[in-house]
Design a protein around this ligand. Structure first.
Ligand SMILES: [Cu+2]
Length: 249
């Protein structure tokens, strides 16, 4: 079932990515047939069953830490430009597609598209947060945005599978954990796994458990494979280990 779901999603994503490449985002005048084809591609993206959303039965002393996933997509303009179902109404989102795209072109990021925790702004500190976990702790991924995002472990941060955004964000090379390069040069998403989770709009699902193969001791790097600037570092340390290195970055 999961495999089928992944395959359907893979197909939908690769089709939509291909269509986007064929019909560039900034083109003001999409042909009717292009719009119609895009409409076919995206709805399957959302054919997921709901996943476990509640924390229960964790062992004593362990915690579930939430990573909220934000975007600010405006449903009408995102669906018009990318395809129906790209941005779900009813969530946080008022940034029209052209403003999103212009911001990425100028700044390499769209500030409203992010993982949280992002910045530590307390105690005179202003720096990127590294999420600290102990073995047994669990991540909960809460997508409060209107788009699908991925939570993907990468050896090194890089581009995603949605080719149009990679060069604009300074990530010409996709992270191999995010995307495969096909013979024709186009990109295909890697299949979903416990280190490559697709979190649909409005959904909360469990992420990896600290101390397991997916999220081992030490620092690992995680990003969204659609919006490459969405990044977070996760540190897993034994509970009894002293925290003298806590303030290193
Ligand atoms: Cu994303």
């Amino acid at each position: 079932m999961n495999e089928l779901k992944s395959n359907i999603r893979w197909l939908a994503v690769s089709m939509s990515a291909t269509l986007l490449l064929m019909f560039p985002l900034r083109s003001g005048a999409q042909s009717k047939s292009a719009s119609e084809e895009i409409k076919v591609a995206l709805p399957a993206f959302r054919t997921n069953a709901s996943k476990p959303a509640h924390n229960s039965g964790t062992q004593a002393g362990t915690q579930t830490k939430t990573i909220r996933i934000w975007d600010a997509c405006d449903p009408v303009t995102f669906d018009a430009k990318v395809g129906p179902g790209t941005c779900i109404a009813g969530h946080h989102g008022q940034t029209i597609f052209d403003d999103f795209f212009a911001e990425v072109q100028q700044d390499r990021v769209a500030g409203g598209w992010r993982f949280n925790p992002l910045l530590n702004t307390t105690d005179g500190i202003f720096k990127l947060v590294r999420l600290e976990l102990a073995p047994g702790d669990r991540i909960s991924l809460e997508n409060v945005g209107g788009e699908t995002h991925t939570f993907t472990k990468v050896e090194e941060f890089g581009g995603g599978f949605f080719a149009p955004l990679n060069p604009l964000t300074g990530n010409p090379e996709p992270a191999p954990e995010c995307a495969r390069v096909l013979a024709d040069g186009s990109l295909a998403p890697q299949p979903e796994s416990d280190t490559n989770q697709f979190v649909e709009a409005g959904e909360t699902e469990f992420g990896p458990i600290a101390g397991t193969r997916a999220l081992p001791l030490g620092v690992t790097h995680w990003q969204c494979c659609i919006h490459p600037w969405m990044r977070i570092n996760v540190a897993v340390r034994d509970r009894d280990q002293d925290h003298e290195h806590e303030h290193q970055n």
